[in-house]
Design a protein around this ligand. Sequence first.
Ligand code: EAX
Length: 319
Amino acid sequence: MRKILGLVLAFFMVPLALFASSYTIELGIVTTPHSFHYKAAEKFKNIVEKDSGGDIKVNIHHSKSVGDETSILQQLQLNALQMGVITAGPIDKFVPSIKAIEFPFIFDSFAKADKILDGKIGQNILKSFKAANLVGYHFLENGFRNITNSKRPIHSASDVKGLKIRVMNSQLQIDIWKDIGANPTPMPWPIYTQLSQHVIDGQENPLAVIDQYKLYEVQKYLTLTRHVYSALVFVGSKGFYDSLPAKYQKLLFKATKEASIYERKLNRSKANFFLNDLKKQGMIIDEHPDLASFKAKVKPLKNQFKGVAKKYLDEILAQ
Ligand code: EAX
């Protein structure tokens, strides 16, 4: 009897074993399934699971369920997580050279950003992730950042004076808003509650994020500063990457590239939609702020740059 039972079990186990994945990728993001960060992660998951014939499984952990972006990066370094879609801001603590593409007002179009991020400078920045025990697979897009606040209209830099502005966990972002005249407070995403309780007066993010997180409910004023082109990065654990066979290492680069190009297109196709929706939701929007006043305030920040970050920033500014 026991022999028959063993044979029956073996018969069913074999097919199940065929479906067991050899590798599992735990992927972390801080935003919700409505976000473009999530759409990119989902696209990546579909490509990897299909092209590996199910041999690689991807689990997406969204809405900060596995920690904020700094914590996700730390977990990636330990191979406790294997992938993340992370905003460039908080990465500068791990990969200092990325500050070069986070400098204010260096990109005035998506085309200029793509040229740098997908060109020599961007590729060299991604390669330098390895020194932090990470893998920089591909840049994708958060978008041009704009300032919102609940206190008053902002037209010129002087209007920012004294406002408590939440910034990402990045010394550069703190310095930018200090130089503009704000009182910058670094805080991990999301921040709706802190805005609703007036712990902070304002924040800065792309229109998609402002709209998707309904910040129009707690922020009256929006100014289209487009002061920083905010990249996202498909970041991986180097320990996990090194454990993969070459064919799957190639697949991760292929899948992150395709997912990044898909997400940039999706994000850009919705730009007008979000601006129109924010108008409909009643935000008071300054579409033509005095950008020269903001640029004058942040220009001296260049002198803080050293080493490779300075080299890349000089090259970008020379283009
Ligand atoms: O969408 O923390 C931030 O402000 C980042 O822009 C993040 O991607 C939220």
